[in-house]
Every structure is written in structure tokens, then in C-alpha cells.
Design a protein around this ligand. Structure first.
Ligand code: NAD
Length: 485
């Protein structure tokens, strides 16, 4: 019998499901059991062509609609996503292995927020009028044209919407390629947009590995590329886009600092560290994986952290009581286990976890290392799993310098009850998305993205509009033209 997660076909192009079994088969494995639940096929050159040509063609009429009309379609799609939240959350759990307890509140709901927010903004995207004496300049905010979205595997529904919603609101079309690890959810986003009234071709989804991503990025018809992925992939995609002078948004990896001062509320700080390391089993780009704890409270913090981490419920992700799921793939599990071994070898102290969980599926115990030093591999490289490194510090000046001593700059957090210190420290941290007495909140109203190697551009908020549109300026002369001859 076909598994309920199996999609009707691999691709969604020009308003319908399309199959081409000549492409490389991509198995979809459920991380909680290791069983294959679906198969999709990577896009062949013919599929890539179909996706790009229909999206290119459809964009012209879409851009001519009023923003209010486009926005209405996006908001209708948001409503459909919310109505189907349970079904979409179950699919998200099959796609990623994340527990239903999370997917019910963080995935289709976050995608719907983006569709609603950008749908609401679409009607108010305007240029400005600049008086020049009797002459004037006016500006027009125009769509870029055909945009490509490429996703990572940790938030397949959310990423498809965070890229699609602002792109479509501005009058662009999009071809979206999900991660080959989690190919299922983006198809539902395309289906729902179509059902909500999006014209055929406005949002196409095709499957494939990096090769298919590469074919999209280098196509001369494409005007913009928005990637969520790792820094090495980001460098390749950014370079390929530069060849064609295309716009880019790069949402890449991180190794973010979370700084806890000795005057902080310990339970809130522990909660922030848990949210910033163990949500989605640590597979979150903005995670605060370098937890700097001021020396005086170190043992108290670690004791409370170990106690609360012990309350994590590892189990069947479809059981809503489960609060901690598996790694997305066996490969990702092995990478993370390799880092845990490295941490032990390099002399960090295991406070809790530190091994694979004794159960089927790709589960790793939530792991806390203490006595981590800045030079250790686990303090320098992005692990993308449930591995928290706790480092000690003494002074504010010292911790700011150490927190910034990394190539990454996605997020940063500070816990303290001294508000002038909180703002002073955040002001010095090299990061795009920051938190005071909190961690990892990502509402659609707030800009999201990194500095340094963590990325270029911002997603969400009004900032995203700037990255999916361009400004035309028009000088209007009322009088005669003066010329030298
Ligand atoms: P990845 O870089 O391996 O792949 C990302 C996507 O790029 C995939 O769809 C992949 O098929 C595609 N790709 C690979 N090579 C390509 C190429 N040459 N041309 C075009 N496309 C190509 O990343 P991943 O393992 O899927 O995801 C994990 C990474 O993503 C982590 O580093 C994580 O921090 C990052 N991430 C960042 C954010 C953010 O918003 N900043 C969010 C989630 C994940």
C-alpha cells in the first residue's frame, strides 16, 4: 500500500503535478524508523526547462495585477494552510522527523504567517515622489522577475513560504527546489497557493540535488536566487549568481554565542539555552551553541540545565507527548556523533547525553559539554545537532571579544537583568538576529538573517520586500531642455 506521505508526483509545475521517472530516484526516509516512505525523482533537464519557462511567462501577468489582488491570494493560501495545519504538520514530521509537538505550532503556522503578512503588505508597496522645484522624480518599486528559492532540510514548509510569500507579494514568480532530504512539504505549499487562486506557473516546485539547484542558478532567465543552506554551498551559489549579476539572499550557517551573566534569572537562561540548542534536535541555523556562562554561576547553571534536559521525552514523533525527535538522516546522525567524539577527545566534560539513544531511528541524546575552550572543534564548527558547548568567562569585555571570534555572524543572545549591559553587549556583537533574555524567536514581523559568513540579505519583515524588488527612478522635466549645443 502506498504510504500517505507519497506525493502524487515529484514536481508541481504550471498549476499541476508533473512526473518524469527518468530522473534520479530520491528516497524519502522517515527518520524515526529508517523506513522508506516515499520516492521522488530529480528533475531532468526537460523538467527544469518546463519549470523555468512557465514561471518566466506567468510572471508578466502576475506583476500587472494590483498588489491587493495578489495579496488576497496569499492571504487565502494562509487560511487554507491554517485549516489544514494538522495534516501539514504530520507531513512535516514525516519529511523531517521533528516531533508533532513542534510541527503543529512551528511549521505550517509559520508559513501561514508569512503568507498572511506579505499578503497584507502587497497592496501598500509603492514608490515615492521627490520634488525638484517645478520638476520631480518619482520612483516605482518593481518586481525583479523570476526568482529561484533553494531550501535546507530543517524547515521545509517554512522555508518554502518565507521565500515564496515575499517574492510573490512583490510580483515575482518563483521556482523552488527543496532539499533532496525533505522534498515533500514544498509540493503542498505549491498546491495550496494554486488552490487559493495563484495563476499557473507563479510558484513551481521541482526536486533534485545540488546539480538541479546549479542549473536553476545559472539560467540566464533567473533574476534572483534565495538560498537557505550551509556556508560552503552559499559560497558556490553566490559565485554562480554573480556570473549572471543576479540578486541574492543567503541564509547560511552559524555558531552563535549565547552569553549568560551572573545576575541573570537562571531558569530563564536555562530555558533559553534549551530552546537555542535542542529545539528540532538542534537542527536550527540560528542556534546559540556556544553558551558562555559567567564563572560565579557556572555549576548552578549546569546542574539546573542537566536536570531540565533530563526531562526531554525522546520517542515516537507522532506522539504529541514526545518533545525531542531524531536527526533528519543517518548521515547527519553520524556527523553529529563524530563531533561528540571529538569533544570528548579534545577534553570537554560531558554533563549529560553524549551518545546515540538506545532506540530505533536516528536519535542522539541531548548533549551538554562543559569546560569547553575556544579552540576546541565543537566550539568552532557548526554541528547542526543537539550538542551544546558551555564555556566559562569572567568579564564583559573578554566575552564580547571571544563571542565575535568566529567567521559566522547569524545570531547572538544575552541573558542579564542589567538592561544597560544587555544593550551595550548586543550593540557590540557581530550578528544579524539578536535576543535579550530570550532565544530563537523568529516572528515574521522581525528581520531575520546573518552578517559575516552567515549570509547576505534578510528574510521576513519589510526588509524582505527590498530583497525581492528593485526601484526604478523617473525624472520628469516640466520646462525646456537646456543643451550645450
Ligand atoms: P546544504 O548547503 O547542503 O544544501 C542546501 C540546499 O542547497 C539544498 O537544497 C541543496 O540541494 C542545494 N545545493 C547544494 N549544492 C548546490 C549548488 N552547487 N548549487 C545550487 N544548490 C545547491 O545545506 P543543508 O545540509 O540542507 O542544510 C543545513 C545548513 O543550512 C546548515 O549550515 C544550516 O545552518 C543552514 N541553514 C540556514 C538557515 C538560515 O536561515 N540561516 C536556516 C536553515 C538552515
Amino acid at each position: 500500500m502506498t504510504h500517505p506521505a507519497q506525493p502524487k508526483a515529484s514536481h508541481f509545475i504550471n498549476g499541476e503535478y508533473v512526473e518524469d521517472t527518468a530522473g534520479t530516484p530520491i528516497p524519502v526516509i522517515y527518520a524515526a524508523t529508517g523506513e522508506q516512505i516515499a520516492t521522488v525523482y530529480a528533475a531532468t533537464p526537460a523538467i527544469v526547462e518546463q519549470a523555468l519557462s512557465t514561471a518566466k511567462e506567468a510572471q508578466k501577468a502576475w506583476a500587472k495585477m494590483t498588489g491587493t489582488e495578489r495579496g488576497r491570494i496569499l492571504r487565502r493560501a494562509a487560511d487554507i494552510m491554517r485549516e489544514r495545519n494538522h495534516e501539514l504538520s504530520v507531513l512535516e514530521t514525516y519529511d523531517t522527523g521533528k516531533p508533532l509537538q513542534e510541527t503543529l505550532v512551528a511549521d505550517a503556522t509559520s508559513g501561514a504567517d508569512a503568507l498572511e503578512y506579505f499578503g497584507g503588505l502587497a497592496g501598500s508597496l509603492t514608490g515615492e515622489h521627490i520634488p525638484m522645484g517645478e520638476d520631480w522624480v518619482y520612483t516605482v518599486r518593481e518586481a525583479l522577475g523570476l526568482c529561484v528559492g533553494i531550501g535546507a532540510w530543517n524547515y521545509p514548509t517554512q522555508i518554502a513560504c518565507w521565500k515564496g510569500a515575499p517574492a510573490l507579494a512583490c510580483g515575482n514568480s518563483m521556482v523552488f527546489k527543496p532539499s533532496e532530504t525533505t522534498p515533500l512539504c514544498a509540493l503542498k505549499v505549491a498546491e495550496i497557493l494554486h488552490e487559493a487562486g495563484a495563476p499557473a506557473g507563479i510558484y513551481n516546485v521541482i526536486q533534485g540535488m545540488g546539480e538541479v539547484g546549479g542549473a536553476l542558478v545559472t539560467d540566464p532567465r533567473v533574476d534572483k536566487v534565495s538560498l537557505t543552506g550551509s556556508v560552503p554551498t552559499g559560497k558556490k551559489v553566490y559565485a554562480a549568481a554573480a556570473e549572471g549579476m543576479k540578486h541574492v539572499t543567503m541564509e547560511l550557517g552559524g555558531k552563535s554565542p549565547l552569553i549568560i551573566f551572573d545576575d541573570a534569572d537562571i531558569d530563564n537562561a536555562v530555558g533559553g539555552a534549551i530552546n537555542g540548542n535542542f529545539y528540532s534536535s538542534g537542527q536550527v541555523c540560528s542556534n546559540g551553541t556556544r553558551v558562555f556562562v559567567q564563572k560565579g554561576i557556572k555549576e548552578k547553571f549546569l546542574a539546573r540545565l542537566a536536570e531540565r534536559t533530563g526531562n526531554a521525552i525522546l520517542g515516537d514523533p507522532m506522539d504529541e507527548a514526545t518533545s525531542f525527535g531524531p536527526m533528519v538522516t543517518e548521515n547527519q546522525m553520524n556527523i553529529v556523533l563524530g563531533y561528540i567524539e571529538k569533544g570528548k577527545e579534545e577534553g570537554a566534560r560531558v554533563v549529560c547525553g553524549g551518545a546515540r539513544a538506545d532506540m530505533p531511528g536516528y536519535y542522539i541524546q541531548p548533549t551538554v559539554f562543559a569546560d569547553v575552550t575556544d579552540d576546541m572543534t565543537i566550539a568552532r564548527e557548526e554541528i547542526f545537532g543537539p550538542v551544546m558547548s558551555v564555556l566559562d568567562f569572567e568579564t564583559e569585555e573578554e566575552v564580547v571579544a571571544r563571542a565575535n571570534d568566529t567567521e559566522f555572524g547569524l545570531s547572538a543572545g544575552v541573558f542579564t537583568n542589567d538592561f544597560s549591559r544587555a544593550h551595550r553587549v548586543i550593540g557590540q556583537l557581530e550578528a544579524g538576529s539578536c535576543f535579550i533574555n530570550s532565544y530563537n524567536d523568529a516572528p515574521v514581523e522581525a528581520p531575520f538573517g546573518g552578517v559575516k559568513a552567515s549570509g547576505v540579505g534578510r528574510e521576513n519583515s519589510k526588509e524582505a520586500i527590498k530583497h525581492f524588488s528593485q526601484v526604478k527612478s523617473v525624472y520628469v522635466r516640466m520646462g525646456d531642455v537646456e543643451a550645450a549645443f
